[in-house]
Design a protein around this ligand. Structure first.
Ligand code: GRF
Length: 173
């Protein structure tokens, strides 16, 4: 059995997609949030995944006590220090074609700039924002007539498929 820790601060839709997509694989998930009332923790309870509120400053002590095959950031809104990143392999998902549109509101900024394309990037985590080596990217055309809401939904539905595929590749290869 593989052990995967998923860390998030908010909604948790990627977390839920990963757990659903990989439910037939022999993987034990643990859900961790630095925000006590984050919706991701409620989703974990509903899905029967063990969940913990771990304040940011306690992250190292919490994670160092256990063994994980992979650490997955899914909307985790803090930069983890290198001490924590040394505990294993950390990956992150970002809703743009990095290195473009690092940081917040990436979909909205690409839309407002009238970019022809945007996309989804999965990358290794370093202690710099949205900057580690890229593992996988998927490009999305932005048709001139699309609304921001439609584009946002398209980006998220790609995230929800791509992240599980990459996680599976990384833990079994
Ligand atoms: C996703 O768009 C992800 O790319 C970014 O934060 C968002 C998290 O959404 N890092 P959710 O919490 O998984 O719904």
């Amino acid at each position: 059995m593989k052990r995967v820790a998923i860390l998030g601060s908010g909604n948790g839709s990627n977390f839920e997609a990963i757990v659903q997509n990989l439910k037939n694989d022999d993987i034990k998930f643990l859900c961790i949030s630095n925000i006590q009332d984050a919706f991701i923790l409620k989703r974990a309870k509903r899905l029967g995944v063990k969940e913990h509120y771990v304040p940011f400053d306690e992250t190292y002590d919490f994670l160092a006590k256990q063994k994980f095959d992979l650490f997955v950031l899914a909307g985790y809104m803090r930069i983890l220090p290198s001490e924590v990143l040394k505990l294993g392999t950390f990956i992150n998902i970002h809703p743009s074609l990095l290195p473009k549109y690092k940081g917040k509101e990436a979909i909205k900024r690409a839309f407002e700039d009238k970019e022809e394309y945007t996309g989804v990037t999965i990358h290794y985590v370093t202690d710099e924002l949205d900057s580690g080596p890229i593992i996988e990217q998927e490009r999305i055309v932005i048709p001139p007539s699309i609304t921001l809401e439609e584009l946002t939904n398209t980006v998220h539905s790609i995230e929800h498929k791509l992240y599980s595929k990459v996680i599976k590749d990384l833990i079994y290869n």
